[in-house]
Design a protein around this ligand. Structure first.
Ligand code: IPE
Ligand code: IPE
Ligand code: MG
Length: 245
């Protein structure tokens, strides 16, 4: 059963601590309206705040958003530049002021920030350092690829002279080190693939795919995904109590 009822919404329990979101479909959203793809990215950025609000309200503690992949550099230069400027503006004009007025959340960036425009990576680091260890953590994956993350972890272990490593230690070397694996991963936009997102961390994550394009993904869609999650039986390779002989 999906948690306890709280006014008009629900409260999650310990089964749903971390949700990851592949925010896909911005370009198609714009094209359907005869707008440039960049208008879709702007609309996508506008949709983020509402979904974070809902996750926080229902008691999720960590949300990880896929904003730009290591493969997204293959897009036309103008689109990449527009996404980078949009991110920069969004961090400056929305995220920073919000952090000043609201003590309850903090941000962390996943991915190789060294390849981003210098002003953007500096802004990311500044925002990360503003607040730490707040009850609601938002992780933003930027120039992130699961394979790249794994290779960076391996290379950093090798550089430290390590010869063998166990799973728990390895997890600590990933960008997500210290954070529990996602319980639920939502992908908007209709495609059913990971596109190089959280490859190691999603070993036992529940997947939820929806055709809704990200700019249209709102409160009701979040609650649908969460309700669906609470119908799943997670086994982690074992058996649940009622399945035991
Ligand atoms: C996701 O939307 C945002 C990024 C990858 C930056 P898309 O831009 O991939 O939108 P579609 O999938 O082409 O509609
Ligand atoms: C995944 O979407 C990356 C982000 C949402 C940031 P893509 O649009 O890049 O994925 P593919 O190319 O359709 O697999
Ligand atoms: Mg896409």
């Amino acid at each position: 059963m999906f948690g306890k009822k709280k006014t008009d919404t629900f409260v999650c329990d310990e089964r749903l601590d971390h949700v990851a979101v592949i925010m896909d479909g911005n370009g198609r959203w714009a094209q359907k309206r005869g707008l440039p793809r960049t208008a879709g990215h702007k609309a996508g950025a506008d949709a983020v705040e509402e979904i974070l609000k809902v996750f926080r309200e229902i008691g999720v503690h960590t949300v990880t958003l896929y904003a730009f992949s290591t493969e997204n550099w293959k897009r036309p230069r103008e689109e990449v530049d527009a996404i980078m400027s949009l991110l920069s503006l969004y961090l400056e004009n929305h995220v920073k002021p919000k952090m000043e007025e609201d003590d309850g959340f903090c941000l962390r960036f996943l991915g190789d920030l060294s390849k981003l425009p210098a002003d953007l990576s500096a802004k990311c680091r500044e925002i990360e350092s503003l607040k730490k260890d707040r009850p609601f953590l938002v992780q933003v994956a930027l120039n992130y690829g699961g394979r790249d993350e794994i290779l960076r972890a391996v290379n950093s272990l090798l550089a430290g002279g390590v010869k063998t490593v166990d799973g728990d230690t390895f997890s600590q070397y990933l960008d997500t080190g210290g954070v529990r694996d996602p319980d639920l991963l939502i992908r908007t936009g209709g495609d059913m693939r990971l596109s190089n997102f959280l490859l190691w961390q999603s070993a036992y994550t529940e997947f939820y795919f929806t055709d809704t394009l990200f700019p249209d993904f709102g409160r009701a869609d979040v609650l649908d995904a969460v309700r669906d999650f609470y119908k799943r039986k997670r086994r982690f390779g074992g058996l649940n109590k009622e399945e035991k002989p």
